[in-house]
Design a protein around this ligand. Sequence first.
Ligand code: AMP
Length: 484
Amino acid sequence: MTDNDPLHAIDTMSEECGVFGVYGHPEAANLTYLGLYALQHRGQEASGILTYDGKAFHHERNRGRVADIFSESCLNRLKGHAAIGHNRYSTTGGNKLENVQPIVVNYALGTLGMVHNGNLINGNFLRDELEAYGAIFQSSMDSEVIVHLIAHSKRRHVAERVIESLGRIRGAYCLLFLTEEGLIGARDPYGVRPLSLGKIKGGGYVLASETCTFDLIEAEFVRDIEPGEIVQIDEKGVSSFKPFPKVAPAQCVFEYVYFSRPDSNLFGKNVYAVRKRMGRELLKESQVEADMVIPVPDSGVPAALGYAEASLIPYDTALIRNHYVGRTFIEPQQSIRHFGVKIKLNAIRELIEGKRVIVVDDSLVRGTTARKIVKMIRTAGAKEIHVRISSPPIVSPCFYGIDTPTRNELVASTHNVEEIRKYITADSLAYLSTEGMFRAVYNNSSEYENKHFCTACFSEDYPIPFTGEERVQLGLFEDQALPN
Ligand code: AMP
C-alpha cells in the first residue's frame, strides 16, 4: 500500500487512546502519571504529559510505556497545578515522535495543549482545506486539525474558539485542552468514547477516560461528562456548556465488551459486572454439555465466570497467560508452529486431557487467535471443544477510535458462523446475540433498549453520518480468503 492509498490513510488515523487531565492540585504531573499508568491498556505505544505552573508550560512525550518514559527527575521537572496526559496506540506508520500527544502549539491567545481519544470522520478533508489556506501540519494525526481550527478562529476566548472549532469536526472525540486559563474537556455529541469527572480528595478536579484512575489517585467520581458537553475547569470551579444540537447518543458498546478495564464504571455501569452478565446470557442462548469452562485470559475471564456460574459446569483456568510478553520477541531460527500464540498462552494438559471443554472469549476479530487456541487445546488432549464468544460477530470496522482491521480481515464480515466454526476447527461455535448483549448491559429486560449505544462493529449501522466521499474513503472492501 502506498501513502496515497485511502485505506492506508485510514489506517494511520485509527487510534485507541486514553486521556487524563488534572486542574488545581500541586502534584498535577504525578497524578497524571498515575492516571496514564492506570490507562495503559488503552494505548501502549507512546505517552505524553503537559503541565502548566501559572507561568510556564512543561512538556514530556515519547514512545514506549508510561513507566519507561517518565523518570522521577522528569516528573519533578513537570511542575504545575494543571496537566493533561495521553496514552496512544497507533496502527501502522503512525508511531513517529511527532505523532505523540499532547499536541502543543503557540497561537494568538498564548499556548494550547490538546489530547484526543477517538477518531475524526472528516479529518482528512479539513486538513486538505486548511493546507490549501497555508496551514503547515507537524504530524499525520487527524487530531491536529482541531488545533489549527482553534488557531484560525477569530473569537476572543479559548472556550469560544473550541466550541466554534468542534462545530466543524465530525467523528468520535473526547478532548482535553490545557491553556493559561485552565482545563477544558469536550465529549462529542454522540458520546462515543467515555469521559468522567472526579474530585480529588486533596483538592482539584480530574477528567479521565476511565474511572479506574480515580481509585488510584483517591478521587471521588462526580459524574460522566455528557455527550455534546464541554466543561471548563479553572479557579472559579467547573462550568458546563452544551452548545451543539442534541442527537441520539451512541456510546461505544465495545468498551464494555473488550476495551475498558473491568474495574471501571462506564456509562453508568460497572464493566466487570456487565461482562459477567454477558457470560450468563451466552449460556442462556447456547447451552452445551461439557466438563469444564475455560476462559481465554484475560479478556474472556468475567464472561467465562458468568457462563460457568450459571451453568454449574466447573470453571478452570486451564490456559495460562505469560504476562511479560512484549511486542517483539526473537523467534528461534527453526520455526516453531504457532509460536505467536504459544509464547502468550499455554494449555495445562493435566486439566484438559479427555475432557469436553467450553472455551469463552470476549470477541472474535480475525479468528486467528481462536483457531490457534483450539489447536492448542486439542493437542493437550481435549475430547470436544466448544467455543463461546460473549459478543455478536464483528462484521464491520470501527471508524470511531477502536483499532479494528479492515473489513476483509474481519472473519465474520464474509463468513457465517458454521464457516467460522470450521475455520477455527471447533466442535461448536456460538456468539452472544445483540439482544443478549443489551440484556447484559441493562441487567433488566424491562429497561432493554438499544438506542443509547453505537453497535457499528456488530451491525454496520454507523451512527455518525458520512458523506459519499467519506464513505468511499472509509472503505468498500473486497472479500478475501481466510488466513492460515
Ligand atoms: P483475533 O485473533 O483477530 O480473532 O482476535 C481475537 C482476540 O483479540 C480476542 O481475544 C479479543 O479479546 C482480542 N481483541 C478484540 N478486539 C481487540 C482490539 N481492538 N485490539 C486488540 N485485541 C482485541
